[in-house]
Design a binder for this molecule. Structure first.
Ligand code: ADP
Ligand code: NA
Length: 328
């Protein structure tokens, strides 16, 4: 078939957040019929920071259930778990030897994540994570990688590594393009609206999980940090309010300007409550499906076993090609 290839993945570092859903997953669903899609649960990335084995196992299955519940069709796309396809680790090592300490040290996500820890607690895996991500993508000769804005820099290093390898040897990897939707605004933390909403945040009021109950969602939005302006405007000077407008807009498909007009003269409390209800309604059917899937683990198992077989066949081919080039 000559459909373009798409690869993307999410970490099972916890259940998925509203940021993962609005920034990435919703787009994945839109793309699934038009492209040949590989969507992965990147469990090998999740152990770059300490992780309890039983939590990792649980979260991995949850993320798979989240993918399907959000609308990914296992008949149409290849859904699999990264550690089940060993070519990821193998190409990851190879590409480590074509990546530089300097360029990895410039990754802002690494700088952000490592700032919060003492250097004896930062793993080499966290440092080389973008290289494994490059391997993930290049194995499938992906044309496009739909990710959130926060991953743009990692996509650039993937391209650099691919080009470097191709130049050193000969055409081996397709150089992928990022596929970041224009309205793919980053969803920010509800507590520190200057940083992105992330499931690895230590403050659980900062994120909405796809599996949060209605009460938790309402409570977290009530506590969302805003400002003292008291006026609902779509402005960088008001990052908390701007983030709430973005969330509203991405779910209702109204433009920020329409939302601002709708709330002229109204207060933050009302706006936060309304955004909470919009999110509750959006997530309700997804949550029901997640519950159902997690009660049917045999079904999930069939999906990821089948997915790994399909992925393995493609990944092996690329790995063999790359191994030959370096002299293995
Ligand atoms: P997390 O930071 O929550 O662990 P991942 O690194 O696993 O998320 O990212 C999974 C996907 O979700 C990526 O495509 C990423 O760009 C997207 N994503 C993650 N957080 C956000 C966010 N706050 N806003 C928009 N997109 C996001
Ligand atoms: Na991340």
């Amino acid at each position: 078939e000559n459909k373009k290839v798409i690869f993307s993945g999410m970490q099972p570092s916890g259940s998925l957040t509203l940021g993962n859903y609005l920034g990435a997953l919703k787009n994945w669903v839109r793309l699934q019929s038009e492209y040949d899609c590989y969507y992965c649960v990147v469990d090998m990335h999740a152990i770059t920071v300490p992780k309890e084995p039983k939590d990792l196992r649980k979260n991995t299955l949850e993320v798979l259930a989240n993918y399907i519940a959000a609308g990914l069709d296992p008949e149409q796309v290849t859904l699999f778990i990264q550690s089940h396809v060993s070519a990821h680790a193998e190409l990851g090592w190879l590409l480590n030897c074509f990546s530089y300490y300097g360029e990895l040290g410039r990754m802002t996500q690494f700088k952000d994540k490592s700032k919060k820890q003492d250097s004896n607690a930062i793993t080499a895996g966290l440092f080389t994570y973008p290289v494994l991500m490059a391997a993930d993508i290049l194995l499938y000769q992906a044309d496009l990688v739909p990710v959130g804005e926060d991953q743009r820099q990692h996509l650039e290093i993937t391209r650099d590594i691919a080009q470097r390898f191709n130049n050193r040897f000969s055409e081996t990897f397709k150089v992928p393009d990022p596929f970041i939707s224009k309205d793919g605004a980053k969803i920010m933390s509800l507590q520190e609206p200057e940083s992105k909403m992330s499931k690895s945040d230590s403050n659980d009021n900062s994120y909405i999980l796809l599996m949060d109950g209605a009460d938790a969602i309402r409570r977290k939005f009530k506590r969302a940090v805003t400002d003292s302006e008291g006026v609902i405007r779509f402005s960088d000077a008001q990052p908390g309010v701007k983030n709430l407008i973005n969330i509203h807009s991405k779910i209702t498909d109204k433009t920020p300007a329409e939302i601002v007009a709708e709330y002229e003269g109204k207060g933050y409390a009302q706006f936060k409550d309304d955004v909470a209800e919009i999110v509750v309604d959006e997530l309700k059917p997804i949550q029901e499906k997640i519950d159902y899937l997690l009660k049917n683990k045999d079904y999930l198992e069939k999906i990821y076993i089948h997915g790994a077989e399909k992925a393995e066949a493609v990944a092996r081919k690329t790995l063999r090609k790359a191994y030959k080039k370096v002299g293995f």
